[in-house]
Design a binder for this molecule. Structure first.
Ligand code: SAM
Length: 417
């Protein structure tokens, strides 16, 4: 409210300035003593990671490794399991069955999960404190690019989702496609659809549905996937790219799906999941919502959510986020996992949204959810990222000058009913 008041009295303030004022007011209250150092990091150049494209004949990897780059994922595993540093073993922490609880009213303990990280997902980063930039990726002889540059912390939601090669995944807000690409890295070319297609039901092999409501951003997503993934994995029985308002899953649940074209593939798949016995062995849903995008809001005046013309949109973000998360929860079958993520520090757009969606799922749909603890993940990658201490719900990577990744918030929910 304070920031809006200031906007009224100082109409010429650029959006980046408005964002900083807003963050100073809200984050200093929310993060206390942590805020000043996070603020410095947020205002400094961000650090990227290179998500390696295992489909490309990667010429750049050795050179990057010679310059000190390391795959933070296998590094994390080596840190946790020094004896088995060379291969990715299943990571099952001690599970405390007494800690099982649902998240009524956002409280309760979190259930530990196990991670079976695909050896195909690799992300190179320069060491702590090294701010060397990556140069743009080069195409291999088939035209596939060797790596995708992104905030290395944005791989964490994909790792937390624990996608296996046979899983069916819905990426509800997928554009421009960094996370979709990371999810697709779990597929291997040898399992190409022509070989793995079963006679009756091809959606039981690994399948990704990548959706984004923005048509222009969906085009960008398509371009990205075509620059990185071989055509054999971009076939209809492996991948669908759609451009729906992700909140329509709520409509479907209320059985009003006639209004949203029940003939469309994504709706068709959903109905198949819900109303036939073709339920995939496992359905994982990634809900990577639009948010304050803290870094962008502090650095770029173009397309800035803090511009005066977007005040209404910004204020309604938590509502949209909760609707999208609820839609993701509804799309996941019982037993399926839902991963909520943002790139903001805002507790209103993180923990509060998860609490609200969990409550709505229970009250309006009778769905029970369990929060899955991401402690194994934070322990494994504590060498690479700084995590916010003592978050009561989910985990958050906080920017730090020596490891300037994030912010990334993530929370994993399992549908029990
Ligand atoms: N997951 C993407 C990645 O890793 O590259 C980034 C997603 S971005 C944080 C959020 C996306 O949500 C935007 O591309 C935006 O177009 C999309 N979006 C906004 N409202 C939506 C809605 N109602 N349904 C589906 N997508 C929506």
């Amino acid at each position: 409210g304070e920031a809006v008041l200031r906007a009224a009295t100082h109409p010429k303030q650029p959006p980046t300035r408005m964002a900083l004022q807003h963050f100073d007011a809200t984050y200093s209250a929310q993060l206390g003593a942590l805020w000043p150092s996070i603020r410095v990091a947020l205002l400094s150049e961000r650090k990227y990671g290179a998500l390696l494209n295992h489909f490309a004949h990667n010429l750049d990897v050795e050179e990057l490794q010679a310059r000190g780059c390391k795959d933070f994922i296998s590094n994390g595993e080596a840190f946790m399991f020094p004896a088995s540093a060379d291969h990715r073993s299943e990571f099952r922490p001690e599970e405390d069955s007494s800690s099982v609880s649902t998240v009524n009213h956002g409280g309760g303990s979190q259930q530990p999960s196990s991670l079976r990280l695909s050896p195909n997902i690799r992300c190179l980063v320069f060491p702590r404190g090294d701010v060397t930039r990556f140069r743009p990726a080069r195409p291999d002889k088939f035209g596939l690019l060797s790596y995708y540059l992104l905030d290395a912390a944005s791989i964490l939601p994909c790792l937390a989702l624990d996608v296996q090669e046979s899983h069916t995944v819905l990426d509800l807000c997928a554009a421009p496609g960094g996370k979709a690409l990371a999810l697709l890295q779990t597929q291997s070319v040898s399992e190409c659809p022509a070989l793995s297609r079963s006679s009756s039901n091809s959606i039981q092999s690994g399948f990704l549905c990548a959706n984004d409501s923005s048509v222009s951003r969906t085009s960008r997503l398509k371009r990205v996937l075509h620059s990185y993934v071989p055509k054999a994995l971009l076939t209809d029985d492996k991948l669908r790219i759609t451009s729906f308002d992700g909140t329509i899953w709520g409509e479907i649940e209320r059985n009003s799906f006639d209004r949203v074209s029940s003939g469309h593939p994504i709706i068709f798949i959903l109905l198949l999941w819900r109303h036939t016995n073709l339920i995939p062995a496992s359905l994982q849903v990634l809900v990577d919502v639009p948010c304050n995008t803290d870094r962008h809001s502090l650095m770029e005046n173009d397309n800035n959510i803090f511009s005066r013309s977007r005040i209404g949109e910004r204020r309604s973000l938590p509502k949209l986020q909760a609707e999208l998360l609820l839609a993701g929860i509804l799309a996941a079958c019982p037993g399926g996992d839902v991963l909520y993520s943002t790139c903001t520090l805002s507790a209103n757009q993180n923990q509060a949204v998860v609490q609200q969606a969990v409550q709505l799922a229970e009250e309006q749909h009778g769905i029970q959810l369990q929060v899955i603890s991401l402690c194994p993940l934070t322990q494994m990658f504590s060498n690479t990222f700084h995590f916010a201490p003592n978050l009561h719900l989910g985990e958050m990577v906080i920017p730090h000058l020596a490891a300037n990744f994030g912010p990334i918030y993530l929370c994993k929910l399992r549908r029990l009913t």
